[in-house]
Design a protein around this ligand. Structure first.
Ligand code: MF3
Ligand code: CO
Length: 258
């Protein structure tokens, strides 16, 4: 294994990443507005590609394919109900009561931003609503922990405590990560853990935090398309993600929708 060093960004570099993050937020807000019964992933993907191009930016996810996987075809991941992450946008229309995770990568002048939300389609069950509420709350609580001098374990443990308290399945195989010129940089950031362990947080670290919780058991499986990850037990899952910069002034959420 090569030594994985966390890349520290300068203030100037963070200023550039802020631009990539702002564009990601603008496009995500447009995508969120478009969610309704009848919409297909493919339609939303076409919209995402157009809005990214209009801003002179690139689709981070298009063509992505590490480790001999088929290149990813979409600008977004579109993961419905028991699909956890990496759902390929397709032709199945959303139905009232579904919940859908939309994940978006935007590259601008060589800098990546990575963020996701889950939302309901029309009216959804109270259980689905609560799952989304708790998953998002864990993200913002995790962000609050991303302070210079704290540890990665503080972030992970805080996120995990939300899932644990609610009795949700806490997904083990996927988590957050560093972001920069590459979408996935070290360190890997689990959504569970112990306070006070792992990397000491430094000013200039830029990371994507992405809690994923499920109403059932945490076990996942990859589908035959080599991308879509779903819950083995077929129960609902939720996923929220923001790209943040850790600064001496505190965490700065680069992808925040305003
Ligand atoms: N946001 C996802 C992650 O952090 C990346 C999507 S994978 C891709 O893992 F293939 F769609 F690019
Ligand atoms: Co990510």
């Amino acid at each position: 294994m090569p030594v994985q060093t966390v890349v520290i960004k300068s203030r100037d570099e963070i200023a550039l990443m802020r631009e990539a993050g702002r564009l990601n937020a603008e496009v995500r807000a447009i995508l969120r507005e478009a969610i309704r019964p009848g919409l297909t992933g493919r339609e939303l993907d076409v919209l995402a590609k157009a809005e990214i191009a209009r801003r002179g930016a690139e689709c981070t996810f298009v063509g992505y394919g590490p480790g001999g996987r088929p290149p990813y075809p979409g600008a977004i991941c579109f993961s419905v109900n028991d699909e956890l992450v990496h759902g390929i946008p397709g032709d199945r229309p959303l139905r009232e009561g579904d919940i859908v995770s939309v994940d978006l990568g935007v590259t601008y002048r060589g800098w990546v931003s990575d963020a996701a939300f889950t939302c309901g389609v029309g009216e959804v069950s109270p259980e689905a609503q609560e799952l989304m509420r708790v998953t998002e709350a864990s993200l913002w609580a995790g962000i609050e922990q991303a302070q210079v001098g704290k540890y990665l374990g503080d972030v992970s443990a805080t996120i995990g405590s939300y899932g644990e308290r609610a009795g949700y399945g806490i997904i083990q195989e996927y988590g957050g990560h560093g972001v920069g010129h590459e979408m996935h940089e070290p360190p890997h950031i689990p959504n569970f853990g112990r306070p006070g362990v792992g990397h000491r947080l430094k000013a200039g670290m830029v990371v994507a935090l992405e809690p994923m919780f499920a109403l059932g058991k945490p076990a996942t499986e990859e589908m035959a398309d080599h991308w879509t990850v779903r819950m083995r037990d077929g129960k609902l899952s939720a996923h929220f993600e923001e790209t943040i910069a850790i600064t001496d002034e505190g965490p700065e959420v680069l992808t925040r929708i305003r």
